[in-house]
Design a protein around this ligand. Structure first.
Ligand code: PLP
Length: 457
């Protein structure tokens, strides 16, 4: 561990931080934060500040910080075999065991799991598999991918294109031409305020159908969506949305990718969001909750239907031309096995469901009446509060006012509670570790109320 007074200078001089205002950071106008340790739902910085992390890192440390069971599994694997590849039929006890554990938990019609390192690379894998699938089936023109505005699927070339947030496109020459964006299932932000929820679902479906007609179903390969919109605003889908979308996709032979990087392994209080909302995906993306971020590991879970075509492809063409050096890395896999065992042993999904319901109910009770709180929403252990300039007419603040970031900063400064100002809109997000207690909830809710009062009155 480094203990020296040059750390801040080294940080500003050398470290390219992701998702950061680079110039402000280099100039010293943004704080540098050096995190040193963590235990349960709390982290500690090197100045000794203890903070309640109500966003579990980047909604990923689902079992909480400082779990010795996972640390020991990682250390043991590193001692025994830190690395071997998984090409041409190689594996380790950890990677094979984890594949079995993932499939045991996934929806019944899923067949195999390919392991990557990040949610972004898993989604890149998915799109390659979809294109390969349609080439093997002899329909090379069926390649376009539909995602949603405000969807988040990573920040690579293809995945940054799938992501439907302006910040991730602007000046990066994205999205790529193969990607189309359709309506986000974001009822609170609907254009037509007179629409009921079911009318809004019908509108989203009609928009999708119009896009398919316009482009031609024979050109569209897949639809990609998070069961619950995450980074785009933490928005549970309106009732009936997924079954209605699924019916359209089935009708046009369009594959469905459920991006469960956030929702997989319990965030909604169910093992997978696909089951939770009645989706029948052909591919499921997993990452964060697979290891609770104790080591980088992601996965693409492939359905039986797609798997049969992939096998056919290798019979026709030889080995699949896809793989990373670190696919199924043994240390990541060992962390995954220990993590999933711990989730079961401690009943953490049940806790996410119960304490998450309490979090959502308390947040709603405390804030829904505030004159600048437009919406309080969530599901399981995830929750969002959205701010409005005028509640009656649902007008939003100008982004330059930075209301969301100011409230998040106040919350941290005043109460040492970490929430996330979501990147588009004034939305405060909460996605705590699953081991959260009711006392923690009380603290988060009262701190949030105080922070809002401090900024908005
Ligand atoms: N998909 C979803 C739904 C995500 O929320 C994220 C990250 O937050 C990703 C994909 C990308 O994952 P990563 O940051 O590990 O590349």
């Amino acid at each position: 561990m480094l203990h020296n007074d040059k750390l801040e200078q080294w940080d500003r001089d050398n470290f390219f931080h992701p998702s950061t205002h680079l110039a402000e950071f280099a100039r010293g106008n943004l704080p540098n934060r050096v995190i040193k340790g963590g235990s349960g739902c709390h982290i500690e910085d090197r100045d000794g500040n203890r903070m309640l992390d109500a966003f579990a890192g980047l909604y990923c440390v689902n079992v909480g910080y400082g779990r010795p069971e996972i640390a020991e599994a990682i250390a043991e694997q590193a001692r025994e075999l830190a690395y071997y590849h998984s090409y041409v039929g190689h594996g380790t006890e950890a990677s094979i065991t984890l594949a079995k554990m993932v499939l045991d938990r996934a929806p019944d019609h899923m067949s195999k799991v390919y392991f990557g390192l990040s949610g972004s690379d898993a989604n890149e894998t998915n799109i390659k598999l979809i294109w390969y699938y349609n080439n093997i089936l002899g329909r090379p023109q069926k390649k376009k991918i539909i995602s949603r505005w405000r969807g988040y699927h990573g920040s690579g070339l293809m995945t940054g294109s799938l992501t439907g947030l302006e910040l991730f496109h602007k000046n990066f020459d994205l999205p790529l031409t193969q990607v189309l964006h359709t309506e986000a299932p974001y009822y609170f932000r609907r254009d037509n305020l007179d629409q009921t929820e079911s009318e809004f679902v019908a509108y989203c479906v009609a928009e999708l159908e119009a896009m398919i007609t316009r482009e031609g179903a024979d050109t569209i390969a897949a639809f990609v969506g998070e069961p619950l919109l995450g980074t785009g605003g933490i928005v549970p889908p309106p009732a009936g949305y997924w079954p209605a979308i699924q019916a359209v996709l089935d009708q046009h032979d369009i594959l469905l990718v459920a991006d469960e990087v956030v929702t997989g392994f319990g965030r909604l209080g169910s093992m997978f969001g696909s089951d939770h909302y009645g989706m029948r995906p052909d591919l499921i993306t997993i990452a964060k909750g697979l290891t609770s971020a104790y080591a980088p590991l992601s996965g693409s879970i492939v359905s039986e239907k797609m798997w049969a075509v992939l096998e056919q492809g290798t019979d026709e063409n030889g080995p699949i031309g896809h793989g990373w050096t670190y696919s199924a890395h043994p240390i990541g896999a060992a962390a995954g096995v220990a993590n999933l065992e711990l989730i079961d042993k401690l009943g953490l999904i049940e806790n996410a469901r119960n304490v998450g319901a309490y979090l959502n109910a308390e947040m709603h009770a405390a804030l829904a009446d505030h004159s600048h709180v437009g919406d309080v929403r969530g599901e399981g252990m995830i929750c969002a509060v959205e701010f409005v300039a005028d509640k009656k007419n649902r007008t939003f603040y100008n982004a330059s006012e930075k209301i969301g970031p100011k409230i998040a900063a106040k919350l941290l400064e005043q109460n040492k509670v970490i929430a996330r100002a979501m990147p588009q809109g004034d939305i405060l997000g909460f996605a705590p570790p699953f081991c959260l207690t009711r006392d923690d909830v009380d603290q988060i809710v009262s701190a949030t109320r105080q922070a809002i009062k401090g900024i908005l009155g």
